[in-house]
Design a protein around this ligand. Sequence first.
Ligand SMILES: [Zn+2]
Length: 313
Amino acid sequence: MKSLQVLIALGIMSADAGAGSWCNAPPAPGFEELEAVDVSDGWFKVYAVAPGVFAIHEPRQYETVTAFLVAGTERAVLFDSGLGIASIRRIVDRLSPLPVTVINSHTHFDHVGGNREFTDVRNLDLPFSRASARGEAGEELREYARDTLAEDRVCGPLPAGVTGRDYAMQTWTVAAHVRDGERLELGGRTLEVLATPGHTPDSLCLLDVENGLLLTGDTFYAGELYLWAPETDVKAYAASIDRLAALAPGLKRLLPAHGPPVADPGLLRELQAALESIEAGSTPFETTGQGQRRYEFRDFSILTAGPAGAKSN
Ligand SMILES: [Zn+2]
């Protein structure tokens, strides 16, 4: 999940523009230099972001969410499956003939929408993931997801057969569980699962140490980072960022799930410092209409629950 403010900040959407004006805009900052791959069906936009790694981006819904297909020589991992508005399976099949394992960065609705199109779907084994797979999201999340296809959140026509009232959170069957430290051998490429709780309890990143890639899900993207939801644990998040920031010197690029699909690993150190300054109470913030606190930094902002919604842990 992320907010309209991100799109405004990224220059994808102007503050006073209605839907329809941002999808026709020139490439937003962070997209101009990416290599587009022509397999799109009009809903997804695909970019080659590293050898054997494709970003499958949904630029026309305001989450601007990205799933990543990471291919080895024997199998591929699809890291997240998008909003579920158009078939991500059709795009994946055009990109690779290999058997595909879906691993979700976490189980918010905008990362699991296409899970039902695959048989091999894996999550961490946690109460939050189990509830998500059964379609039992919390009320705040349901409310947030309900308007996914509202007029002001979609630009341009919806895929054939989809209407604005159709959006529903999906359920799926988990084929296997992954755990922290697990290594997935794809043939000539290894991905390591890093459990990074915080944004949600079941958040995880995938590390391709050989190629210097870190797929960060919603744990990091260069936009407005959501740390306000009831399922968020800010202390756990800070510990996860400490862990990731320690990896930064060995990384070439981050592959985040919202906004530009490529980011500089040095931003993890900036985020670590930002969280320390918030914890120390030394960063000014503005209070949103919903009582959340917004902290602005150079390359991202952080939205936390206000004092009323703050966790005691
Ligand atoms: Zn999320």
